[in-house]
Write a protein that binds this ligand. Structure first.
Ligand code: 5GP
Length: 159
């Protein structure tokens, strides 16, 4: 079997706390968090609590259909967030992993058109990523098993 990077729930607790600490130590105090669904939702929730940031938003981007299987390009699923006046805002975009970086690039570019400053935080970054994130917990080039998506989905038991 091909080697994989395994993130357990326990290790995720450590990773999200350490990543939040790195952001705080850097002095970055974002006005809002933009999480990328679905993989970035749980990291963003943990980091938002760790940093005391209540202003959390979501963009839903679809790209991967399986292990290393992708659509031709990442697609933003509706509804697309409608920016109010965020021209003075600083944003932290959070995802689980920057792999090709295509997803983060899409969201970062979207945010940059509307806000003052955008930085990115991920638990993992792969060497091929076109986005070099400001905050990374760990670098790897392996496929990662995340605790929220590595188990089979629960199928309703219908009669
Ligand atoms: P990217 O656009 O950087 O290629 O990938 C973005 C999304 O694809 C990630 O947020 C994640 O949901 C999924 N993805 C990419 N690489 C991996 C991986 O190694 N493991 C898992 N479980 N998902 C991945």
């Amino acid at each position: 079997m091909t080697q994989r990077e395994i993130l357990t729930w326990d290790l995720f607790g450590t990773a999200s706390r350490e990543l939040a600490q790195t952001i705080a130590d850097d002095g970055y105090e974002p006005d809002l968090i933009m999480s990328i669904a679905r993989g970035g939702l749980i990291p963003a929730g943990a980091i938002s609590y760790a940093l005391g940031i209540k202003n959390v938003h979501v963009m839903n981007v679809e790209f991967y259909t399986g292990v290393d299987e992708r659509l031709a390009m990442p697609v933003v699923l509706p509804p697309v967030p409608q920016p109010v006046d965020l021209s003075g805002a600083t944003v932290l975009v959070i995802d689980d992993v920057a792999d090709t970086g295509g997803t983060l690039d899409l969201v970062r570019t979207f945010c940059e058109g509307h806000v003052k400053q955008t930085r990115c935080a991920v638990i993992y970054e792969k060497p091929r990523s076109i986005v070099k994130c400001e905050y990374v917990w760990k670098r790897t080039d392996l496929w990662i098993d995340f605790p929220w998506s590595s188990q089979p989905e629960i199928v309703p038991d219908r009669p």
